[in-house]
Design a protein around this ligand. Structure first.
Ligand SMILES: [Zn+2]
Length: 241
């Protein structure tokens, strides 16, 4: 668990991050790990002295299996609502599929480290397709009335309804998989895109970096990899070029 600020925490499950925003006794969770990460999500809430009942909502950057794992558990046990971009709802309900398959990964990126990762995520439920029917859409660009006051920014490409969440006071942007800083399938660290076959629309994912570069933030907390501090506009411009 990283304490990014006194009220923003990054936890890591099976090679995937989620983020907790704290405001008083209330929390916002951003993303929810793999299905096998449910206990780790609950442990991360406990680790900062809170209970799952303190979660006012879960925000979802996108509805891939590694980001939605605990949503149904939290909803069934605690009634925690889920919000995502309206264009992502069809991915959450399973009406639409915009994700790479394990075969895509095996075919395009076979290495021993990738094999280890594949086994780990398979154990964590990576081949499942959790169906989330209780999610609702938020209005992009408008600060959400939730702990941390996150502002959703639509970054289509990785999936149609991918979104980042900007925390203007903290100068932080939570990017999901629109921009990552490390992943078992990537060789280096630092701000970068996931391999092309992970994106529903790679050209759009690249274009979305221009939108991300206009965000007023100097700390990136990504879906995969460590938090990164630096000149976001310059970093995204390098990736677009
Ligand atoms: Zn991911």
């Amino acid at each position: 668990m990283d304490r990014v600020t006194s009220s923003v925490f990054r936890a890591e499950g099976t090679a995937v991050n989620w983020v907790i925003l704290r405001e008083g006794r209330d929390l916002t969770l951003i993303d929810a790990g793999y299905p096998g990460d449910v206990d780790a999500v609950l442990a991360s809430v406990a680790a900062i002295g809170h209970r799952p009942e303190d979660l006012r909502a879960v925000l979802v950057t996108h509805a891939h299996v590694d980001h939605v794992g605990a949503l149904n558990h939290l909803h069934e046990r605690y009634g925690t609502p889920v919000l995502m971009h309206p264009d992502e709802l069809a991915n959450a309900t399973g009406e639409r599929h915009e994700s790479a398959t394990p075969a895509d990964v095996a075919r395009r990126a076979w290495r021993p480290s990738v094999l280890r990762w594949s086994l780990a995520i398979t154990r964590a439920g990576g081949t499942q397709h959790p169906v989330v029917t209780h999610a609702r859409g938020f209005e992009p660009g408008v600060p959400l009335d939730l702990p941390g006051r996150p502002v959703p920014v639509h970054l289509p490409g990785h999936t149609s309804g991918s979104a980042a969440f900007v925390l203007p006071e903290a100068g932080i942007v939570v990017t999901g998989d629109a921009l990552v800083t490390g992943h078992p399938l990537l060789r280096g660290t630092g701000p970068q895109l996931l391999p092309d076959f992970f994106h529903h629309d790679t050209a759009a994912a690249r274009h979305a970096l221009e939108t991300l570069g206009r965000v007023d933030a100097d700390v990136v907390v990504p879906g995969h990899g460590a938090p990164w501090r630096g000149d976001l506009r310059a970093a995204t411009a390098r990736l677009v070029a």
